[in-house]
Design a protein around this ligand. Structure first.
Ligand SMILES: Cc1ncc(COP(=O)(O)O)c(C=O)c1O
Length: 392
């Protein structure tokens, strides 16, 4: 029997497997591990969200036990259209331009499957959410990592993309507020991306998973779909996972160009049955309820971010202040050669887990990502342990 196909042989293992293995070994050895590696929120969803879910679950006439419609409940799609209009002033058609997702990760992967032809290039900003890299690989596409550099506010330099990449590319992906750097977009950047995509006839994927997790009073993330003409070639992914502390609930959606959304629906129709109906009804409630449900988490993340930044400054680790997301992106100390070497040393000597930057792509090297998923006492404890271990 063969052990898999060519695609699976080519597919790189999950990038954090090595650090996760080291973490599990530390746990087995009885170490008090402080895990700030993966972006898996410790906060609980707002109690009203659970309450609405229970209500939605108990309504007999909702027929929750049945397969949901492939394209989702109109109640949820209508709420998404209303949210786009209210939040961004963007008009999206609930019938043809919106699709509920079982978390945005599956939608992103299946979109690439529906769009890339073998060998076609996907331009993806790097460092990035690692699932993009896997999704391009699974789709038999070729990845071009477009560097996000600190000296350019973690914005891409589109002029740096070689001519042969432009001619073989069919899609460009942007993600702001950015995982892992925490950087914010600017309207001017988005306009340049749209102009570039239009010139080379590329589709745009925008991922706004962290759009509602601003940590600065004067920063409110925008939608790429706000740009005039963007809807002709853009789809945008949104996730409930971080904003509403619902990662395990698996809820997200995509909005934008109807052909692109339709292609994704065609793939999904063959691969899954969409989102549990009680969950879609809960999603409709959550989007309608808005900021009240987000505020406690936003405040907690902001305060944790500030505690991390104060601690890092005290022990001499350089980090940029993220205006949004649930991450701090910090430089590794100069005496380490790689992010993996630093992350492993920190873990072995202190029990603190950071995600090595290289796991987020080529341009993540030299950094670590700190997830704000521990309370302030544990954050302070982590910083103290690193200071005492004399790693710097
Ligand atoms: C940028 C970005 N997009 C999408 C996702 C996927 O979120 P989910 O599949 O939980 O909706 C994540 C999760 O970490 C992310 O960081």
């Amino acid at each position: 029997m063969k052990d898999g196909n060519e695609r699976i042989r080519r597919l790189a293992p999950y990038p954090f497997a090595e650090i996760n293995k080291a973490r599990d070994k530390a746990l087995e050895a009885g170490m008090d591990v402080i895990d700030m590696g993966v972006g898996n929120p410790d906060l609980r969803p707002h109690p009203l969200i659970s309450e609405h879910f229970k209500q939605a679950l108990d309504e007999a006439e909702h027929q929750n036990h049945r397969y949901p419609p492939f394209d989702g409940l109109m109640e949820f799609r209508g709420a998404i259209a209303g949210w786009y209009s209210e939040r961004f002033g963007v008009k999206v058609d609930a019938e043809t331009e919106i699709l509920p997702l079982i978390g945005s990760k599956e939608g992103i992967a299946k979109f690439f499957l529906s769009y890339l032809d073998p060998g076609e290039i996907a331009i993806v900003t790097s460092p990035c959410y690692p699932a993009y890299i896997g999704a391009v690989g699974i789709s038999d596409g070729t990845l071009y990592e477009l560097a996000l550099r600190e000296d350019n506010a973690f914005h891409p330099d589109l002029d740096s993309i070689p001519e042969e990449v432009r001619s073989k590319a069919s899609v460009i992906l942007v993600n702001y507020p950015n995982n892992p750097t925490g950087a914010a977009e600017s309207r001017e950047l988005y306009e340049r991306v749209l102009e570039f995509a239009t010139r080379y006839d590329l589709a745009v994927i925008s991922d706004i998973a962290y759009a509602d997790l601003s940590m600065e009073p004067d920063y409110r993330a925008m939608s790429f779909l706000e740009l005039s003409g963007a809807a002709e070639r853009t789809i945008e992914f949104y996730s409930f996972s971080k904003t509403y502390s619902m990662p395990g609930w698996r809820l997200g959606f995509v909005a934008g160009n109807s052909t692109m959304v339709g292609n994704l629906l065609k793939i999904k129709t063959n691969m899954d049955f969409g989102v549990f109906m009680a969950m879609q009804r809960t999603g409709a409630y959550v989007l309608g309820a808005g900021a009240d449900l987000i505020e406690p988490a936003r405040r907690a993340y902001t305060s944790r971010r500030d505690t991390v930044l104060t601690g890092l400054t005290r022990i001499g680790i350089k980090a940029t202040k993220p205006p949004a997301t649930i991450y701090v992106w910090a430089s590794i100390p100069p005496r380490y050669e790689s992010s993996m070497e630093f992350a492993k040393d920190v873990l072995l000597k202190t029990g603190v887990v950071f995600a090595p930057g290289r796991g987020f792509g080529t341009y993540g090297e030299g950094y670590i990502r700190i997830s704000l998923i521990q309370n302030e006492d544990r954050i302070k404890e982590a910083i103290d342990r690193i200071e005492k271990a004399g790693l710097l």
